[in-house]
Design a protein around this ligand. Sequence first.
Ligand SMILES: [Zn+2]
Length: 185
Amino acid sequence: MTALLPCPGCGALYPPSEGPTDRYLGASAGCFALFSWYMVGNPEASGMLAESRIPEAAVVVPPTSAEPSLDVLIGDAYGVQHHGEESPQAIQSVAVHFLDLYGVITGKTTTPGWAINRGLRIKGVFHKLVPPAQGSALTIRHLFPGGGVTAPITRGQYVRSVYDTWMALHGATVAQWYERYVVRD
Ligand SMILES: [Zn+2]
C-alpha cells in the first residue's frame, strides 16, 4: 500500500497525487481533488475516498444547528483551513474567506460573499494569521464514511469546526478587520 501523506492545510491523509491544486491554497492534490469533486456532487470521482484517512487525533464535533445554514460557507471554510504560504495573495485569500465566515456566522450580514467583495477592494492591510495546529479541526474527509470515520459529519459541522478553531486564535483580529475594512466606506 502507498504511504499516505498529510494535506498541509487540514492534515487529512491522502495518497500521493499529481493532480492540480489551487495556486494559493495550501491543499495537497488529493485533498483538493476530493473537495472539488464533492462540490460538483461526485466525490467518488476523485478516486480519493477509498485510500484516504482522517488525521489520528480526535477532534470535537460541533453540534448540528438549526440556525441559518452554514452549508453555503463550505468554500470559505476550506479556503481558510488551506491557508497556504505567505504570499500576499494567499494572505488576502485567507483573510476574505475568514471575514465572510465571520460576517455570516455572527449575523452581521445575511449575504454570503458580500464580505469577500468588500475585503478584496483593499490590498496589503491583512497579515498572515498563524494557523491552528494541523489536524485540530474537522476536515473534508470527515464528511465521508471509512478512513477512520464512523459517523460522517455535515457540511455545517465542518464549517463550524474550522471557524471555531480559527476564531479561538484570531477572533479579535478578524472582528477588527471586519469593522475597519468590510463595514467602513
Ligand atoms: Zn486538506
